[in-house]
Design a protein around this ligand. Structure first.
Ligand SMILES: [Zn+2]
Length: 166
């Protein structure tokens, strides 16, 4: 009888811990979303992972980017990894970024990037979050600081990550 009782306690502790853990995952990182909210555009079984570094695209969704090469779609965890692919001399077309407000992919050249805010970045010390609506970018900046830039400005900042490595 005592064994059953102890077993029950251990069971509740384990179940309690694991369910609490899974509840915490989406809220611990600003970049993360629920799987149902993420748009995954690559094909095949690697579709959930960044083409360059292999990180989970649902976990790093709010900094996710995409681009095309010869009709093939690539998805990245960050502008950093998109830039790294660019630097391999590949001609990437149609860069897109996740709009933090709607969680939909938008044309990166139309987005307003908040660069270097207090929110942590992905693969980079200087974070880059993109918004389709300039007022959304301004509201984010008012709360978390940073500088508002267009895609080319943010890409120049991403290039700095590689200069430090050399
Ligand atoms: Zn990556």
């Amino acid at each position: 009888m005592l064994k059953v009782f102890i077993g029950a306690i251990v069971f509740f502790i384990l179940v309690g811990c694991s369910s609490q853990k899974s509840m915490q995952i989406p809220s611990t990182m600003f970049q993360s979303v629920n799987e149902s909210q993420a748009v995954l555009i690559q094909d095949g079984k690697e579709k959930r992972y960044c083409h360059m570094c292999g990180m989970d695209l649902v976990k790093y969704y709010k900094t996710s980017h995409s681009a095309e090469e010869n009709g093939k779609n690539y998805q990245y965890c960050s502008l950093h990894c998109l830039e790294e692919h660019f630097e391999q001399g590949i001609i990437l077309k149609n860069p897109k970024v996740v709009d933090v407000t709607s969680l939909k992919f938008v044309d990166a050249s139309k987005a307003f990037y908040v660069v270097g805010s207090k929110k942590r970045g992905t693969m980079s010390k200087s974070s880059k979050y993109a918004f389709l609506n300039k007022n959304d970018a301004k509201a984010f900046q008012a709360e978390f600081d940073g500088e508002i830039m267009d895609f080319n400005g943010a890409l120049d900042k991403a290039k700095e990550d590689f200069k430090y490595n050399n």
